[in-house]
Design a protein around this ligand. Structure first.
Ligand code: EPU
Length: 424
């Protein structure tokens, strides 16, 4: 089994570049299903989830090729199927993103029901309810959602929760619906904004991203488009915490600070210096002693759930007590028991983790359970005394491009090792 060995205690110093955003890349790849002709995406991160999505699209007949580093061309001129199979949906829930565009393009889609996941039940009822309002007939059979629509019609949809992929699915379906679709309480994440921008480049009429009310008018005659993907705000935030937790001095490049306001605000409360440094760069200087700060996750522009685990690693070594409350996913504390094994003092009370900072963590063998949990364990390992070995690093590789390489270039002692399965 592969693992990451981290010899803790090194201060991170230097410059690091953030990759393109995973959660923007995936819906944009799905949007390629809407058009005949090549869609070219630049700054696509090389990640396991991107590879899985490529496999999914290829299964539908999309021709996919890498045209140099980070440049992905997707040509959905001829589709050969409309099914997202169980094996792929099980490996990656974001596979659900093909549902909306397949309905728009073919009037039919079959997607395996995702089932539970490590961080929570994560239902997709709001995706389906919205589609039904647009005239889609949904049948659940043999573990699959079979969706058909003779005709999609524009309508008003109110989302009970501002679901990110749900909003994306509905917008992609709506571009081929007749008339106006209004999505209220729509997700305001920058990744949704990216999708709206690309759909406009393709010739669709979409407006209101970032406002909570998205309007789409269809149907549209769509054309191929190309687009450069925004930097990954969660990777950027994770690297910022890496500098903070090691008393580092790191220049993080390719970062959109306007996408990270809640994270920057919280990091400043911990005593971390965050200094904008020219165009899309920021210098992050970790304090001698980290101060505690309370955090509550919220949909964008609130503090992202995708940064909760990393922030908890930081709070583990802060001076004082912090309360970290997770409001998006009901089971996103899987990193807690592993952080405890490294000496962290954390208690869970309902949706909150009460973190009493300790002077130092001690390196230990730990197991990654999901993407962001694995990042938090690596961060803890950077700050800990002695060696930490993080196993099940395939979770990390789903969403961080060359994470160990980037940290190593900043002076971290981190490398991949083979771990005895029994020991892990
Ligand atoms: N929800 C429902 N019904 C639905 C859809 C969502 O009840 O039909 C609930 C979920 O159970 C959850 C909340 O609404 O409690 C928000 O979930 P959302 O649908 O917004 O999450 P998602 O679209 O499945 C995306 C990201 C996640 C990120 C969340 C929240 C992608 C591909 N994934 O997931 O990213 O945590 O939004 O911001 O965009 C990650 O990158 O590590 C990751 C998990």
């Amino acid at each position: 089994m592969r693992g990451l060995l981290i010899e803790g205690g090194e201060r991170l110093v230097g410059e690091v570049k953030v990759s393109g955003a995973k959660n923007a890349a995936l819906p944009l790849m799905a949007a390629s299903l809407l058009v005949e002709g090549p869609v070219v995406l630049e700054n696509v991160p090389h990640l396991r989830d991107v590879e899985t999505f490529i496999q999914l699209l290829e299964g539908l007949g999309v021709k996919v090729s890498w045209r140099g580093k980070g440049v992905l061309e997707l040509d959905a001129s001829r589709l050969s199927g409309f099914t997202a199979p169980y094996e792929l949906v099980k490996a990656m829930r974001a596979s659900i993103l093909v549902l909306g565009p397949l309905l728009a393009r073919l009037g039919e889609a079959k997607v395996s029901l995702p089932g539970g996941c490590a961080i929570g039940a994560r239902p997709i009822d709001l995706h389906l309810k919205g589609l039904e309002q647009m005239g889609v007939e949904i049948r659940l059979e043999h573990g699959y959602i079979h969706a058909t629509a003779k005709r999609l019609k524009g309508t008003r949809i109110y989302l009970d929760l501002p679901t990110v992929t749900g909003t994306e699915n509905l917008v992609m379906a709506a571009v081929q619906a007749e008339g106006e679709t209004v999505i209220e309480n729509a997700a305001r994440e920058p990744e949704v904004g990216e999708l709206a921008a690309v759909l406009r480049k393709m010739g669709a009429w979409v407006e209101g991203e970032g406002s909570g009310v998205l309007k789409v008018r269809g149907p549209s005659q769509l054309r191929p488009a190309s687009h450069r993907i925004i930097p990954d705000r969660i990777e950027a935030g994770t690297l910022m915490v890496a500098s903070a937790i090691t008393q580092g001095n790191v220049l993080v490049r390719d970062v959109r600070l306007d996408h990270l306001e809640a994270v920057v605000e919280k990091l400043r409360q911990t005593g971390t210096e965050i200094k904008p440094a020219g165009d899309q760069a920021v210098r992050v200087i970790g304090p001698a002693r980290i101060l505690s700060a309370d955090v509550r996750t919220h949909p964008y522009p609130g503090f992202p759930t995708d940064m909760q685990a990393q922030f908890m690693a930081l709070m583990s070594v802060a001076q004082g007590l912090s309360v970290i409350t997770e409001t998006i996913f009901e089971n996103r504390f899987l990193h807690v028991s592993e952080l405890r094994r490294m000496g962290a003092d954390i208690r869970i009370q309902g949706p909150s983790a009460i973190v009493q900072g300790v002077p130092y963590l001690s390196g230990a063998p730990v197991t990654a359970t999901d993407l962001r949990a694995s990042a938090s364990l690596v961060l803890a390992g950077l700050a800990a005394e002695g060696d930490t070995v993080v196993t099940k690093i395939h979770h990390l590789e789903r969403g961080y491009e060359d994470f160990a390489g980037k940290l190593s270039a900043l002076g971290a002692k981190i490398r991949e090792v083979e771990v005895d399965e029994a020991a892990g």
